[in-house]
Design a protein around this ligand. Structure first.
Ligand SMILES: NC(=O)c1ccc[n+]([C@@H]2O[C@H](COP(=O)([O-])OP(=O)(O)OC[C@H]3O[C@@H](n4cnc5c(N)ncnc54)[C@H](O)[C@@H]3O)[C@@H](O)[C@H]2O)c1
Length: 496
């Protein structure tokens, strides 16, 4: 499990990319660095994970499973209590594995930072949201770092994992640590260590897990990069070092913006296909994907969701503005993606209009309020905007069915919220509604049953692709399927 403690040869390769050049091996290591490497090597390092959410808990479980004593710290008492009872709350994790780690004392949780003095390697996995004006909110990172800094001692390593804009590690985290470290005579790079290593976890993805997904790391000094790489290699097969944290921070934003831009492209083309009629964007993408090089399929949908892709581009746009630079690609893709729930709401109203029923009497069933298939995370789900738009149009009733989500509240601008009624996805409930809207394509949905029971379906994910019976297909309005019901009445703005 643990390496032999020697400095790695630098021959690791990720996707054929050798890390020889970018990996900066320090010429010599300080006593604190050697001590930390020794503790990591013999499995005696204590791991601390700050923020036990979708990123933090799987990471903590990975280190605890590798035999490291792991302490999770979270301000959310309910998460801490559940974890200390051995009660797993993250879908992708194995309940028995979590319970076993807690029972064997390898994994524990706390709401306070008292244990920090005993922790050798910290991972900061706290939220990085945007403010109401879409500026970065690094407050969680600042407060978590300040709590760690109070307990700073020689031989500690801090790795920031939260997605953020370039220079957060060196411009925000580093000064907070130094404020406490300097008066105590501690020097960054020889006494304690700091790096940025972005998280790549993909909730719901069974093929690419924490262990087999390569990660990137950038240290604030060569020694910081080196000890971070060794610490990460304990649980991750391929760790790719870059020369500094800013490169790693920018790399993560590139990954997410790459998705945002490509999704916006297919969303725009899907709407064009609906406008032209008779061309299915889904078939177009399938055909393009036969090209073995230079093309990667992305799919249209009801709008972006989750913690990352709708948020991260704003982090970079904000930074760019500080440098009098406009990130036009990012802004345009965000605008197109953010318009998709409006397009879907209009299609739902169109599907009601096709029936002899008034909008104010129509019953709408939203299938899936999680932001993507097979996960329980509802943050920034496009379902929320779709529901609010339908409410604004005084639609009779809106319910949801989601096998992964028990409760769903829609939040309004004035800070209030409303619980949306949940129903089970049965033939009876599906048949009861005038329009059924596929917002999230969970595998658990019975596609055949939905297609045969529903009166009218707006499918934003092509979840009903296997339904070929022409009588059933007639009731399905597929986003990007070249269907006139989907067509927005307004032209796409030409100033885009
Ligand atoms: N969820 C993902 O799939 C994913 C993937 C890659 C990167 N990320 C990034 O990882 C970071 C964390 O995301 P997440 O989805 O795990 O968030 P999350 O909301 O699920 O978890 C964050 C946790 O941090 C806790 N917290 C907040 N402030 C704290 C503090 N000062 N001290 C201790 N705990 C604190 C919260 O109570 C919460 O439990 C974000 O920057 C996100 O963009 C998320």
């Amino acid at each position: 499990m643990h390496s032999n403690g020697s400095i790695p040869s630098g021959e690791s390769s990720v996707n054929g990319l050798s890390n020889d050049e970018s990996r900066r091996k320090p010429e010599s290591l300080s006593p604190a660095a050697l001590n930390l490497l020794g503790q990591i090597d013999n499995g005696e390092a204590t791991i601390g994970v700050i923020g036990l959410g979708y990123v933090g808990l799987p990471l903590a479980v990975e280190y605890a499973s590798a035999g490291f004593k792991t302490v999770g710290i979270d301000l959310d008492e309910s998460r801490v209590d559940r974890l200390n009872r051995g009660d797993n709350y993250i879908d992708d994790l194995d309940d028995d594995q979590v319970r076993g780690l807690v029972e064997s004392d390898l994994l524990s949780a706390s709401t306070n930072f008292d244990a920090c003095g005993d922790i050798d390697v910290f991972f900061i996995c706290v939220p990085t949201p945007v403010t109401a004006s879409k500026d970065p909110d690094t407050g969680y990172i600042e407060s978590a770092t300040a709590s760690i800094a109070e307990h700073l001692r020689p031989g500690q390593l801090v790795i920031l994992k939260s997605t953020t804009y370039p220079d957060t590690t060196e411009g925000i985290v580093k000064p907070i640590l130094e404020e406490q470290g300097d008066p105590r005579g501690l020097t960054l790079g020889s006494d304690y260590f700091l790096a940025f290593s972005p998280e790549r976890i993909d909730p719901g993805n069974e093929e690419w897990t924490t262990a087999n997904t390569p990660v990137v790391v950038g240290g604030t000094t060569p020694t910081c990069g080196h000890v971070s790489q060794i610490a990460l290699e304990e649980i991750i097969e391929h760790v790719y070092s870059v020369s500094n944290p800013k490169v790693a921070e920018m790399e993560k934003l590139l990954e997410n913006i790459f998705r945002s831009v490509n999704i916006a492209l297919v969303n725009e083309l899907a709407r064009l296909c609906d406008r032209i009629g008779g061309i299915s964007m889904w078939e177009v993408i399938q055909a393009a994907a036969t090209k073995p090089f230079g093309f990667m399929p992305f799919y249209p949908g009801p709008g972006l969701g989750g913690h990352c892709i709708p948020i991260d581009p704003h982090y970079l746009s904000w930074l760019a503005r500080k440098y009098d630079f406009e990130t036009s690609f990012i802004t345009l893709s965000a605008r197109i993606n953010e318009s998709m729930p409006f397009y879907v709401a209009e299609a739902i109203i169109g599907a009601v209009a096709d029936q002899p029923i008034r909008l104010r009497d129509a019953n709408i069933l939203i299938l899936g309020v999680a932001f993507k298939g097979n996960v329980d995370d509802t943050r920034h789900s496009p379902a929320e905007t779709i529901i609010k738009l339908l409410e604004e149009k005084n639609v009779g009733s809106i319910r949801f069915a989601d096998p992964h989500v028990d409760e769903y509240h829609v939040r309004y601008r004035d800070g209030s919220s409303r619980a949306i009624e949940k129903v089970e996805c049965t033939p009876e409930t599906v048949a009861e509604h005038d329009v059924v809207v596929v917002v999230t394509d969970h595998d658990a949905f019975d596609v055949e049953m939905i297609a045969t029971s529903a009166r009218s379906i707006v499918d934003t994910r092509n979840m009903l692709a296997d339904i070929t019976d022409p009588d059933l297909r007639e009731r399905i309005h597929l986003l990007g399927g070249g269907d006139s019901t989907m067509t927005a009445l307004e032209p796409i703005a030409d100033d885009a």
